[in-house]
Ligand binder design. Structure first.
Ligand code: GLT
Ligand code: MN
Length: 393
């Protein structure tokens, strides 16, 4: 008698380490052409709602939780409430960031503003929230350069702008070290929007900047699927480069059609194969950070909760498919065949330079026509993955 196979569960577990930006569920659906379609929920309600749904962590901006001009007493009261919700629901604060883009003071940038007073105010605002983030247990502090960019290129020296950005990150790094906070920084690249061009537009730019900092060891990257695709790039490759550099400290997952405005749709709704491969990468390389969703519900949604459930469910579904791909004998056989080249001694030689190796390589005889004859099964491999994804095998 055939035994009934139990269906794999799509229910999120704490160990999945799913997190959401609270701004995602606070989003009311307003866009440049239309007003809000959903009632406002407060930052505290957002944390509570996520906690109740078994979400592992939340990320926040200072002003998601307290208004810009809140008194110190008001801010303390909010932090106390957040801690109470964290205790009762079990949700953690996994990352924090500063809103350096909403107030008109930052209309021409924060860390890269021409005005040193604006830069100083921005750094002070980050310092205040860094202390709160440390108190809430956040281990990652994000810098998304929302307004750090230019619309009129002749009016802002891009070399000077990068130096200003670096100075502010260096200053804040020293501050964190002096306060003995257990925290790393994370730069979140984005190519444009709201500025015409944003500084540090891709993961590669961020990685290059990090190498020039006073404390590169305490700064990583949190690439975001949508931002990557706005630049027409491949999320798998961007995530992989950060990972390979040991700099993938957080990730922002969402959906986005390439080369368009920032759509911030739910994870995996746009390109299933791409989403599967990102999930597989994180699994294969045992990425240990939080899997944070930074998206918002469609404007047509009445509340954010179906969206929250959907993002986590989608991730789990892609994970199941990634596991199926890993276990698929046909796919594995074809992938192994790509690696079976009989060239192991050359791989060893290239892996570590030696004068003898270089000499051997200079004298070696290769037959390029023979090398070109190898049959590569890419059509079959890709189709097999499509059929796995579509549930046909
Ligand atoms: C903003 C942006 C996001 C960033 C947030 C962090 S705010 O919503 O679109 O990608 O992660 O400041
Ligand atoms: Mn983001």
């Amino acid at each position: 008698m055939a035994t009934k196979q139990s269906k794999p569960s799509l229910k999120p577990r704490r160990r999945d380490k799913f997190a959401f930006g609270i701004w995602c569920v606070m989003n009311q659906g307003a866009d440049p052409f239309g007003v809000a379609t959903r009632p406002q929920i407060t930052g505290l309600e957002a944390v509570k709602g996520l906690g109740k749904r078994g979400v592992y962590g939340f990320e926040y901006h200072d002003n998601d939780l307290w208004p810009l001009k809140a008194s110190a007493a008001k801010q303390r009261a909010v932090v106390k409430d957040v801690k109470r919700i964290m205790r009762t629901t079990g949700i953690r604060c996994t990352a924090a960031t500063t809103n350096l883009f909403t107030h008109p003071a930052f209309k021409d940038g924060a860390f890269t503003s021409h005005d040193p007073k604006v830069r100083a105010y921005a750094v002070q605002k980050a310092m205040v929230n860094i202390d709160v983030a440390a108190e809430l247990g956040a281990r990652v502090y994000i810098f998304w350069g929302g307004r750090e960019g230019a619309d009129v290129d002749i009016a802002k020296d891009p070399v000077e702008a990068l130096k200003r950005f670096r100075d502010c990150i260096n200053f804040l790094s020293e501050y964190v070290l002096e306060q003995k906070h257990r925290m790393v920084f994370s730069i979140e690249p984005k190519p444009n929007e709201p500025r015409s061009d944003t500084y540090l537009p891709t993961a590669g730019h961020a990685l290059a900047m990090i190498a020039t900092l006073d404390h590169p060891e305490m700064v990583g990257v949190n690439p975001e699927t949508a931002h990557i695709k706005m630049a027409g790039l491949n999320p798998l490759h961007e995530f992989a480069q950060c990972l390979e550099a040991g700099k993938l400290v957080d990730i922002h997952l969402n959906g986005q059609k390439p080369l368009r405005y920032d759509q911030d749709m739910s994870f995996g709704c746009d390109n299933p194969k791409e989403a599967l491969l990102v999930v597989k990468l994180l699994k294969d390389y045992a990425y240990a950070g939080t899997k944070t969703f930074d998206a918002h519900p469609y404007r047509t949604e009445a509340d954010p909760w179906d969206f929250v459930e959907r993002c986590m469910r989608a991730y789990k579904a892609y994970e199941i498919k990634a596991e199926q791909a890993d276990a698929d004998a046909t796919l594995c056989r074809m992938l192994e065949q790509l690696e079976r080249t009989g060239g192991a001694s050359w791989a060893r030689l290239l892996g570590a330079y030696s004068a003898a190796g270089a000499e051997k390589l200079r004298k070696a005889k290769f037959n390029p026509d023979k090398l070109a004859k190898r049959k590569l099964l890419y059509e079959q491999i890709d189709q097999r993955l499509t059929e796995i994804l579509l549930g046909l095998v």
